[in-house]
Design a protein around this ligand. Structure first.
Ligand SMILES: [Zn+2]
Length: 159
C-alpha cells in the first residue's frame, strides 16, 4: 500500500463540518456542474469536465447525511427513486451502453451518487472507471451543457 491515510478530520467531515456539498445545495450552477433538476429529495448537476457525456451527480439536498443507511426507509426510497429517474433520463438522452451508479463519498462524505454513462469507446471497457478516466481537463462548451441539462430536466419533469 502507498502511504495513504484517511484525513485527520475524517470524523468531523462525516458529521458535516464545513461540508462543501451542504454549502452548494440550492445554489444552482457551480464550478463543477450545471444544474439539471431539483427533486423532493435530491438535486442533480451535469458535470462540466468529463470524457463521458451525460455524467450527472445526484446530491441529497436536505440536512447533512453521510450514509444512505442514516435515512429512514421512506426518505431512503425517495432518494434512490430520484437516482433511478436520473439514470432513466441519461439513458434516454445519451443512449449509453451501460450506466454506473457510484455512491462513494470517500472525500466528501455527504450522500451523493455519480450517475456515469459508459460508451463503446470509453476508457475502461468492461470494467470500472478510475477518476482520471472520468474527468477531462477542460469543460464542455457552456451552450452544449445547458442544452443537455435542459433536455434532462424535461425528461425528469415528465416524471
Ligand atoms: Zn453535507
Amino acid at each position: 500500500m502507498a502511504d495513504r491515510s484517511w484525513p485527520d478530520d475524517w470524523n468531523e467531515r462525516m458529521a458535516g463540518r464545513e461540508c462543501p456539498m451542504c454549502a452548494a445545495v440550492g445554489r444552482g450552477d457551480n464550478h463543477f456542474g450545471v444544474e439539471v433538476f431539483r427533486g423532493q429529495f435530491a438535486e442533480v448537476h451535469l458535470e462540466r469536465r468529463t470524457r463521458l457525456p451525460g455524467y450527472c451527480v445526484v446530491v441529497w439536498k436536505h440536512e447533512h447525511v453521510a450514509e444512505p443507511t442514516d435515512l429512514d426507509p421512506a426518505r431512503a426510497c425517495g432518494y434512490w427513486m430520484e437516482v433511478l429517474a436520473v439514470g432513466c433520463a441519461v439513458r434516454a438522452r445519451f443512449h449509453p451502453l451501460k450506466i454506473n451508479y457510484m455512491t462513494l463519498g470517500n472525500t466528501v462524505p455527504h450522500l451523493h451518487t455519480h450517475v456515469v454513462a459508459r460508451y463503446r469507446d470509453d476508457p475502461a471497457p468492461g470494467g470500472p472507471l478510475a477518476w482520471d478516466q472520468i474527468q477531462a481537463a477542460d469543460p464542455a462548451p457552456d451552450a452544449d451543457l445547458h442544452r443537455q441539462a435542459a433536455d434532462l430536466r424535461a425528461l425528469l419533469s415528465r416524471g
